[in-house]
Design a protein around this ligand. Structure first.
Ligand SMILES: Nc1ncnc2c1ncn2[C@@H]1O[C@H](COP(=O)(O)OP(=O)(O)O)[C@@H](O)[C@H]1O
Ligand SMILES: Cc1ncc(C[n+]2csc(CCOP(=O)(O)OP(=O)(O)O)c2C)c(N)n1
Ligand SMILES: [Mg+2]
Ligand SMILES: [Mg+2]
Ligand SMILES: [Mg+2]
Length: 332
């Protein structure tokens, strides 16, 4: 029906004008969201770095999560991929698949979350697409960044003998999800809240990634699980990784959880939702770690080393390998 179409169209463009346009106001390349596409001039001497991750209700976030948090996580998981490449973020494109029942107020809160993080990370919206879906809320974001020409960090440059280093603490996001599902016992409210926050709002390690350019021999961000993602470095570099469980950095809350339930060790190592960086560093650059941690604004821990061979081995203690049933999250 023509009338219905007009109403739908008016609604769609009202949404773009009223809710999304303000997010593009600071990025001239977005052309005010009035044209068919954005036009971006890359900086001299830089390579563009492009990444896209999607998130689906019930798969990547809980339907009951706050709209602003969902938006910020969507942006942050993509910025985490830019961090893993050593890039500085420039802007982003957004595709939203809104279920019929979602009110405009929800969408406004979602946009407010994006606005908050745009300021935090100094970027703006460049464009995107808005559609309705008969399915669950689905979102996709393309982040664009820049890195000095040919200097992007890769997964494939690790050498035998390189140290394996991770930022921050591992397992908090996965334990936070368990806490939200009320499957974690013995935690006081402060620890519970800390873990839940880590699930809802990852911290992309952008300063660290940029500090690693020209220093790390390989780098990845941990989304699927520590073992799975270090497995990608091992595979792409044609080597094996050996990780010492006792050196994997845990938050106080994660330590308490793991001490009360052994089964959570595997969850920490394979649960994903970390968005920390794992990277390799030549042994003779070990003393640079203090400086890198300072520049990156995050703690760093050496958890193992790269050796000849293939795959990832986790050592429970000297000479005792930990059995691991699955290395991390997979959609298929
Ligand atoms: N549908 C797709 N189309 C094109 N490339 C894809 C698609 N899905 C994944 N990739 C590419 O495969 C590689 C691995 O993807 P992924 O595991 O999602 O990486 P990450 O965990 O860093 O997001 C990346 O280079 C990504 O761009
Ligand atoms: C409600 C809910 N259930 C389960 C998870 C766990 N989970 C879902 S997808 C995923 C891996 C990361 O997502 P993916 O789409 O694989 O991102 P990418 O690896 O491409 O960055 C994890 C750990 C979650 N985050 N939320
Ligand atoms: Mg991905
Ligand atoms: Mg990644
Ligand atoms: Mg994945």
């Amino acid at each position: 029906m023509a009338g219905t179409e007009r109403n739908t169209a008016r609604g769609e463009f009202a949404l773009i004008d009223g809710i999304l346009k303000p997010l593009a106001a600071g990025t001239p390349a977005a052309l005010g969201l009035t044209d068919d596409a954005a036009v971006l001039t890359p900086a001299k001497g830089k390579d563009l770095v492009l990444t896209k991750d999607a998130m689906v209700a019930g798969v990547h976030f809980r339907e009951s999560d706050m709209p602003g948090d969902i938006a910020r996580k969507l942006l942050r998981v993509n910025l985490s991929d830019l961090a893993a490449m050593g890039a500085e973020p420039v802007g982003y494109l957004l595709a939203t698949f809104w279920p019929e029942a979602l009110p405009l107020s929800w969408i406004q809160e979602f946009a407010d979350g994006l606005g908050q993080d745009q300021e935090e990370f100094g970027i703006g919206l460049l464009g995107g697409d808005t559609v309705r879906t008969p399915g669950p809320l689905s979102l996709s974001l393309t982040a664009i960044g820049e890195v000095a020409k040919e200097k992007a960090l890769r997964r494939n440059g690790a050498g035998a003998g390189d140290l394996i280093v991770v930022s921050g603490t591992i397992g908090d996001g996965a334990l936070g999800l368990l806490a939200l599902q009320e499957e974690l016992a013995d935690l006081d409210p402060t620890e519970q809240e800390y873990l839940e926050d880590r699930y809802h709002l990852p911290n992309p390690r952008l300063s660290l990634g940029q500090a690693l350019v020209g220093r790390a021999t390989s780098c990845i961000d941990i989304s699927d699980g520590l073992i799975a993602d270090i497995g990608h470095i091992a595979e792409e570099s044609g080597l094996a990784a050996v990780i010492q469980w006792k050196k994997v950095p845990l938050s106080d809350a994660a330590k308490i959880a793991v001490e009360s339930d052994d089964a959570l060790v595997e969850r920490v190592l394979t649960g994903g939702d970390d968005y920390e960086l794992a990277f390799t560093l030549p042994l003779d650059q070990r003393d640079d770690l203090v400086k890198l941690a300072k520049e990156g604004g995050v703690s760093l821990a050496i958890i193992g080393e790269m050796v000849e061979g293939e795959g990832v081995r986790v050592m429970q203690e000297e000479g005792v390998e930990m059995p691991i049933s699955s290395s991390g999250w997979q959609h298929f």
